[in-house]
Design a protein around this ligand. Sequence first.
Ligand code: EPU
Length: 337
Amino acid sequence: MQIQHNISLKEYNTFGIDAKAKHFVSIAAIESLKSVLQLPEYQKRFILGGGSNMLLTKDVEALVLHINLKGIEIVSQEDTFAIVKAQAGENWHAFVLWCLQNNFGGLENLSLIPGNVGTAPIQNIGAYGVELKDAFVSCEALEIATQKTRIFTKTDCNFEYRNSVFKQELKGKYIITSVLFKLTKNNHILRTNYGAISTQLELMHVEKPTIQEVSKAVIAIRESKLPNPKEIGNSGSFFKNPVITLQDFETLKRSFPEIPNYPISSTSIKIPAGWLIEKAGFKGKRFGDYGVHEKQALVLVNYNNAKGIEILKLSQVIQETIKRIFNISIEAEVNII
Ligand code: EPU
């Protein structure tokens, strides 16, 4: 374990922002994590996982702890399901592929989501009708203040749409070190009713899909819409999809009868922010080295050497414009640092 100084974080965030860490350490064992947390000279800390859900707008004046704990194991299994534990530093998609190779079902719709296993519960990652919480059993986390381990059950985590206790009251207090999943071994529950998946499976001429084929369909859809962070820096959806009241929706519908919408309850409706941003004219707009992705307006991109602050400003202009046109406030999904 070696503490480095003035390290560029460009390779450690999928937006590819060239901000610096004042101090940096990569953590490959829980014991090193505990010792680092006890160092009196590094009381300001910043926990870094896959760096896939943040926008760095300045240098990080702290000790960056890069959580690099590795390992996947089958903890137990019965005829129909397996309990699998993955360490926090495992790459999410590599873990999904490992599950598919073992024919363990439950995470296939979450294929190709950037980031690491340990950060997936923080925002309850989700795509194509599935959320992390659907296969989640519990996670192990270290309390930063005491270095004590605590197990969080699904109930403890208070999972919601792109939200959990780790983004709310326990923000900055715990470091997730591993996650336990319950996965099916047979009689897999296929979730293919999300429009794009069934269309893609038809294109692939697959009638009775396996979990591996569902994954292939999801990968094809994502690759067609979402930029690969290795080629164009991005953090996936920059904004959350807003939820508005039925009353506001009725008003909007008079001006925009074609507005896509997903009822949440009898009084509230979710509106795709991507549609609002496209309608406001931002889709595919490029400003120097940054802009709005041409195929999915919810994604802001760094073409090369954009500054975090430039992308933040663009996001604010988008928010103000959406407010002005639609009277809807859209909230950032990524963490602004
Ligand atoms: N739409 C547009 N223009 C756009 C983008 C979307 O009109 O530029 C419309 C689409 O036509 C469709 C609707 O918006 O009617 C929904 O689009 P899509 O299926 O692409 O999903 P989304 O709501 O934009 C959410 C997640 C994605 C996830 C997809 C698929 C959020 C904030 N985003 O996007 O998650 O992959 O659903 O499940 O909930 C991420 O979190 O990083 C992410 C990529």
